[in-house]
Design a protein around this ligand. Structure first.
Ligand SMILES: [Zn+2]
Length: 525
């Protein structure tokens, strides 16, 4: 992944029945950090996100609110989902809505091709359906209800009763793809990651796949089946196709060839759709399967998965209004091992903001800029002969750049940040030991003082380049204070330590201002 090659990354498209919570924002930020890193590395990067707007659940929500489903979707996209991207500084290249014409027309094209190739037939289906999941459930996916649903079988994810549905539907011959999928998982162990998600999916497919009901006749909010307009396409079948319809499938062959296949970042609860149904659909259509499906863990609040329906939903701007978007991005990428479940707490967020961002990185940048201003009138001094501690800092810059890049290529975002933070910590220790304020008192130490501050300036510039994908706002301010050339987000990240800047520094406001305790004690929740 190092040669200007193509990097196409996606988030799931989000269901517009409700407003975003921090779980959605978490997925967006993870994909965004990866996209920004690859863009900054010079890879031909394309980052897609969007909204899923069809299906019975949307229809019911819209009807309950007295509007058409399209009006409902428009309202949510404009008032909630597009603003979310601004709130947390998402740098997506495209935003697809499943009600876009480019999507609907090419879903029909895809379906017609599968039909013509003999992969679709008519059949009867009876089963338990969860409207929350928009999915028929196997008995093993159901659990005993509690509270008001005592005595009923409920969806294990939504804790709500399922409905017994019987339909005459069109079916996709997914069962024919069990072996090809198992071969894919075996030949390409990275196809599904992390390992825990991969193991679960491999054993699911080993039990054998059944054919998939891909149309609905009981409601009409969806893409019409092209050869039988009394049916609409099953919402998941429709939604998954966004990854290719946005990339040009059916209308821009050149764009499609250069972008596809993609890396899909999804929550682990929907990894099965992306790593089983989706590649089977693509195989049937004779298209390449995705590059990778990565199922990240859940955000837990008070030990429960974050979701509005469980009343633990926290709106992203509750956090960004107090801490800023950079802190939001940093916290979730640093505090949670990407791929595993992680707990959110206001106390942990507040503590990391103070210790790592304000005191660790922000204060380091402020002190270095201030000392260059005070001792050298803002002119960055040249380095003289490097002593061992100076050389050690330069070696760390090179080492963490390579290590962080390697971590990003494994999607280990938390590891990449931890690597870069070694430089933050070493620079803070370096300044404490070298005591530039003491050196400044004796003119005989002038050259040594210059070497120390030159080393420190080089170090914080390298940090600006390396942290730009995670902290785009703070690193832009720091880059401006260093009079760096161009935008920090354009600096080649794989040679961050070779950054070029001006000869002087300018004033730097605090990157992570002090936050009053009363605002961080959780009362905002
Ligand atoms: Zn469900």
């Amino acid at each position: 992944m190092s040669d200007g090659s193509s990097f196409y990354i996606t988030t799931p498209i989000f269901y517009v029945n409700d407003v975003p919570h921090i779980g959605h924002a978490y997925t967006e930020v993870a994909a965004d950090v990866l996209a920004r890193w690859h863009r900054q590395a010079g890879d031909d990067t394309w980052f897609l996100t969007g909204t899923d707007e069809h299906g019975q659940k949307i229809l019911r929500t819209a009807t309950a609110n007295g509007v058409t489903p399209k009006e409902w979707a428009d309202r949510l996209v404009e008032s909630a989902w597009q603003p979310l991207l601004k709130t947390i500084d998402i740098s997506n290249d495209d935003f697809i809505r499943t009600t876009d014409e480019r999507h609907e027309v090419n879903v029909q094209l895809f379906l017609q091709r599968l039909f013509d190739a003999g992969y679709i037939y008519t059949g009867e289906y009876e089963g338990y359906y969860c409207v929350g999941c928009e999915e028929y459930k196997a008995d093993s996916d159901l659990v005993d209800g509690t509270g008001e649903y005592e005595g009923q079988k409920v969806c294990a994810i939504h804790s709500k009763p399922v409905e017994l549905l019987k339909e005459r539907n069109y079916f996709f011959k997914m069962s024919e793809f069990s072996q090809r999928l198992l071969d894919l998982y075996e030949e390409n162990p990275n196809f599904i990651q992390p390992e825990s998600v991969r193991n679960e999916i491999v054993s699911f497919v080993r039990r054998g796949l059944t054919d998939l009901s891909i149309s609905r006749q009981t409601f009409d909010w969806g893409v019409k089946v092209p050869w039988d307009e009394s049916h609409v396409v099953y919402v998941w079948f429709d939604a998954l196709l966004n990854y290719i319809t946005a990339a040009g499938y059916g209308y821009d062959d050149e764009a499609f060839a250069s972008r596809w296949p993609a890396t899909h970042i999804v929550g682990k609860d929907i990894a099965r759709f992306h790593a089983v149904i989706w590649p089977a659909m693509l195989m049937a259509a004779g298209l390449e399967v995705p590059k990778q499906v990565f199922g990240h863990g859940w955000l837990l609040v008070g030990g429960e998965k974050m979701s509005k329906s469980k009343l633990t939903g926290i709106a992203p701007n509750q956090i960004t209004d107090t801490f800023g978007s950079d802190a939001f991005r940093y916290y979730f990428m640093r505090a949670i091992n990407f791929g595993q479940d992680g707990s959110f707490s206001w106390e942990d967020l507040s503590a990391r903001y103070q210790a790592e961002l304000a005191n660790g990185f922000g204060n380091l940048a402020s002190r270095v800029i201030a000392m260059v201003t005070r001792y050298f009138d803002g002119v960055i001094p040249d380095a003289g002969v490097l002593d061992a501690p100076d050389q050690a800092i330069r070696d760390t810059e090179v080492r963490v750049t390579a290590a962080a890049d390697a971590a990003i290529s494994r999607l280990a975002i938390h590891e990449a940040i931890a690597q870069v933070w070694q430089l933050v910590d070493e620079l803070n220790g370096y300044i404490t030991l070298q005591e530039p304020w003491a050196l400044s008192k004796d003119p005989a130490n002038r050259e040594r003082l210059g070497t120390v501050l030159n080393t420190a300036v080089r170090g914080i510039g390298t940090l600006a380049v390396l942290l730009s994908p995670v902290l785009p706002v703070a690193t832009s301010k720091l880059w401006t204070a260093l009079n760096g050339a161009g935008a920090v987000s354009d600096q080649p990240i794989r040679s961050a330590f070779d950054w070029a800047g001006g000869t002087t520094v300018s004033a730097l406001e605090p990157l992570f201002p002090r936050i009053e305790t009363s605002e961080t004690d959780g009362s905002a929740a």
